[in-house]
Write a protein that binds this ligand. Structure first.
Ligand code: G6P
Length: 488
């Protein structure tokens, strides 16, 4: 979505239940900012999801229900560049208890293999239930009879069931963008049964990897005592039996658009300027992440620091680490930032020279063009999460390398590792193995680089985000539907 016209919020709402396709996601595809006169204006925040769903939204006259990202009054429905958006409001307390609390200090660490200890608070759970109910009510208010509703991610796992209870006529899909943990971990959640039952309100549940779908099916058996046959769970809804399917639908990016952007003259020039600003080193390593403890940034820095000490990469090497600010009021994120910044300071202090910091650390977010230029400037991309549902950065790097050069070091604990066989796969906990992979990736010849990158590019360009959305929606269309399709 490149051209959202700015639009004022809160425009008159008819609240008509007339949308044949409804997306329900925690975030709106726009950010609320203050205009020159203090008024609310909406700026696009284009991501892969909106790019993929925009055509379907336009064709079906769809609606997108989501939160603007800050505390404040309910924006309600408004139009932005012909798209119908419905803003959900969260109070200060809800931002604390729902967003920062249950979503990002309970579910996020729990679903990422308890890398950070999850916290369980009953007050947070109550906020999660209340906010999920509000999203479900908004979906119920806007969906036309027999509509398709697609709910997204861990913030909204109760919405499918809540919506089905209000609207027996709609078809409901759910996609989980993050991992679904093994049962031994999931079982820690005091509200595990409610979460499983919440999800089972859907007709089709999509996960990133087959392992995630299997973990969910096991949770259905263990936490809710249900029987699962293959990918299908039988659910009893007030005397009626429904079948719910759980399967893998690995998400992707708008690969062609990124390739095109990377080929642009201005982006290529910027990439040259970046290398020049870095002092024309022999090797540029790049990390791009939200500043999140799941991303393995500390492991990466430790490996790099040791390689510098051992001199295995030569003296002409730099690491650019973009760590975009994220969830900054959550304690574990504050602690991580401190640790990362101490380690960057230590590496630069020990191995730097005047005019040469071996780590360029950027705690900022950048526009997509700048990211494409950075990807183009990097000889080796380091993607080392300890756990990641997919990791789209790995796919973005591949999409930008239109000349088939460059190398990718990729953690085997990402969904992307299932698809990108041309990468140097690593276990980021194994620092020696990680160091060896970085050295190998930095020293391969052009022919091997081309062979590896070509295979990865083929995969990413063929399996793009539009194909992902079409595959999911097609499967949802064909799923045995629990909807009561009799006319209103
Ligand atoms: C992950 C989640 C998304 C989330 C995004 C940014 O990719 O899967 O649902 O929106 O992180 O996190 P934030 O907390 O800023 O929404």
């Amino acid at each position: 979505m490149s051209s959202f016209r700015e639009s004022t919020g809160g425009a008159g709402d008819e609240m008509a239940a007339d949308r044949n396709f409804v997306v329900v996601a925690s975030r709106l595809p726009v950010d609320r900012v203050e205009g020159p006169g203090g008024e609310t204006v909406w700026r696009p925040s284009p991501g892969g999801l909106v790019t993929a769903l925009e055509p379907v939204m336009r064709q079906a006259g769809g609606a997108w229900i989501g939160w603007s990202g800050d505390a404040g009054p309910e924006p309600g429905p408004f139009e932005a560049d012909g798209l119908h958006l419905v803003g959900i409001g969260l109070s200060e307390t809800e931002v604390r208890d729902f967003y920062e609390g249950f979503c990002n200090a309970t579910l996020w660490p729990l679903y990422h293999d308890v890398i950070a200890p999850p916290q369980f608070h009953r007050r947070w759970w109550e906020a999660y239930v209340a906010v999920n109910r509000r999203f479900a009510q908004a979906a119920a208010a806007h969906a036309a009879h027999g509509a398709t509703v697609w709910v997204h991610d861990y913030q909204l796992q109760l919405v499918p069931r809540m919506l089905r209870q209000q609207r027996g006529d709609v078809r409901i899909g759910f996609f989980n963008h993050i991992p679904f943990p093994g049962y031994e971990i999931f079982a820690q959640l005091p509200w595990r049964r409610q979460v499983v039952e919440g999800l089972l309100g859907a007709d089709l549940l999509g996960f990133q990897r087959r392992a995630d779908a299997s973990n969910f099916l096991r949770a259905c058996r263990r936490a809710a005592g249900l029987t699962a046959k293959g990918p299908t769970v039988r659910v009893n809804d007030q005397g009626r039996t429904r079948e719910v399917r759980a399967a893998a639908f690995p998400i992707s990016i708008d690969a062609a658009a990124l390739t095109e952007m990377a080929q642009r003259e201005d982006v290529r020039k910027r990439s040259g300027d970046i290398r020049q600003a870095l002092g024309e080193p022999d090797i540029v390593l790049l990390g791009v992440d939200r500043l999140d403890y799941t991303k393995g940034i500390l492991h990466r820095l430790r490996a790099y620091g040791e390689l510098l000490r051992e001199g295995r990469l030569g003296s002409q090497v730099v690491l650019v680490q973009v760590a975009s600010p994220s969830r900054e009021r959550v304690e574990a994120y504050q602690a991580l930032r401190d640790e990362v910044e101490v380690m960057v300071g230590r590496i630069n202090g020990q191995h730097g020279e005047v005019g040469y910091p071996p780590v360029h650390y950027l705690h900022q977010s950048y526009p997509r063009e700048e990211m494409a230029a950075l990807y183009l400037a990097a000889d080796v991309m380091l993607v080392t999460p300890l756990r990641d549902g997919m990791n789209l950065v790995a796919k973005e790097y591949v999409a930008c390398r239109y000349d088939e050069s460059g190398a990718l070091v990729l953690s085997e604990f990402t969904g992307a590792a299932d698809e990108l066989a041309g990468a140097f796969l690593v276990n980021p906990h194994d620092i020696e193995g990680l160091k060896d992979a970085i050295v190998r990736a930095a020293s391969i010849g052009p022919a091997e680089a081309r062979r590896r990158m070509r295979a990865m590019r083929r995969r990413v360009l063929e399996h793009d985000v539009a194909r992902w959305a079409a595959t999911f929606l097609d499967a949802l269309d064909r799923a045995p539907c629990g909807a009561d399709q009799s006319p209103p």
